[in-house]
Design a protein around this ligand. Structure first.
Ligand SMILES: [Zn+2]
Length: 382
């Protein structure tokens, strides 16, 4: 079955996997084009073209990946997903820690099959709340939230802004501080195993949906609940009820800022008084790339700019860090939401209280020489 993969392709694929892991890439894309198979690494959130393999070996390269992923090599016409077990000559040291899982997904296109290898790293430091890089005010507010008996913490930001990493860190912190608490997490998909947490895989197209699982779970007497994402009104409604009836709940929601997340709940027809009494705080976060320590250059105004060297594969950046803003609901804000629930009024109220915005948190990292203004503006969409 795997005789289509020539020996040189075997070495080639191993080499690509090893190199990507060494650079701490989270994804490797194998993209078929009319002229060859383009290989890209996703490093620190950005895709970078690494090389284009000749057309003559494109099919064999994909076949070799399918062999490693235990997929059907003779089916080129359907999407397939698998897991790459083990890896010959895995580099001993990776910039992102030990590799814990590698998943392969292939997809047919007009130029042949497209393949993506997703690499999961252990990276212990990222799952500790105190190591995520929040500013001290937000870090202590997050810790304060874990001491409550009920309420909801909503995390917001676009896809890939590190929300699930923050959630995992919060769960871990709760387990360390309050051993014995009953913690349940509903996820789609379960991204990483967290010891001590009952994790439930949600199947949005099957019977085990977020609302079904959540409603039934509330009868299992959990104290802390984590819901991967609030996507629909029904989940939102049950989540709010849970947050009002003696549960500490954390979840995520797609939105550009803190006010936006609160307003989305209202758009889902959640009553304003339920939003104001159920939600404790909203955290909006982004990931910014950190300047490569080996090649960053100091500019005239005292900030730094990227240059590029061997260590960072000429990107000028290495690693990422969190930017965040947090809104805690208090009397004044609750009153605003109950009276005038629109973006303009919410933002004006926040502004009048000296709310520290995402972009201001970013300036802190620029002044410390950790990242650049361009990078802050890129992730904040300014
Ligand atoms: Zn560098």
């Amino acid at each position: 079955m795997n005789n289509s993969a020539k020996p040189n392709v075997v070495e080639l694929v191993d080499g690509i996997l090893s190199e990507a892991i060494q650079f701490g890439a989270t994804d490797i894309h194998f993209e078929p084009t009319s002229t060859g198979l383009q290989v890209k690494y996703r490093m620190d959130g950005s895709l970078k073209i690494v090389e284009t393999l000749p057309l003559a070996i494109s099919d064999n390269t994909i076949s070799r990946l399918k062999v490693l992923g235990n997929l059907l090599t003779y089916r080129n016409d359907i999407p397939q997903e698998g897991r790459i077990e083990g890896l010959p000559e895995q580099p001993a040291v990776s910039q992102s820690g030990k590799v814990i899982d590698k998943r392969l997904a292939v997809f047919p296109t007009i130029h042949g099959q497209r393949a993506v290898v997703r690499i999961f790293y252990e990276n212990d430091s990222l799952t500790e709340l105190v190591k995520l890089g929040f500013n001290p005010t937000i870090e202590s507010s997050l810790k304060e939230f874990t001491r409550k008996n009920q309420g909801i913490l909503l995390l917001t930001g676009p896809a890939g802004s590190g929300k699930s990493t923050t959630l995992a860190a919060m769960l871990r912190y709760i387990m360390q501080q309050f051993p014995g608490k009953s913690i349940v997490a509903l996820e789609d998909p379960v991204e990483r195993a967290v010891a001590g947490v009952t994790q439930v895989q949600i199947d949005t197209r099957g019977e085990m949906t977020f609302p079904v699982a959540l409603r039934s779970l509330l009868r299992q007497d959990p104290e802390v609940l984590m819901i991967g994402e609030i996507r629909d009104a029904e989940t939102a409604r049950i989540a709010i009820e849970a947050g009002l009836t003696g549960h500490l709940l954390m979840s995520t929601m797609h939105s550009g800022n803190c006010s936006g997340a609160l307003l989305r709940l209202l758009e889902m027809n959640i009553e304003p008084y339920q939003v104001t009494s159920g939600i404790s705080a909203v955290l909006n976060q982004r990931l910014v790339r950190k300047l490569c320590e080996y090649c960053k250059v100091k500019t005239q105004d005292g900030t730094y700019e990227p240059r590029g060297c061997e260590k960072c594969r000429n990107t000028g950046f290495h690693g990422r860090m969190l930017l965040a803003e947090m809104v805690e609901l208090d009397g004044q804000l609750r009153k605003t939401i109950l009276q005038q629930s629109d973006m303009e009024h919410l933002e004006a109220t926040l502004e009048s209280r000296g709310h520290m915005k995402l972009i201001q948190d970013g300036r802190r990292l620029v002044s410390q020489g950790i990242t650049t203004n361009d990078e802050i503006e890129r992730v904040c969409g300014a």
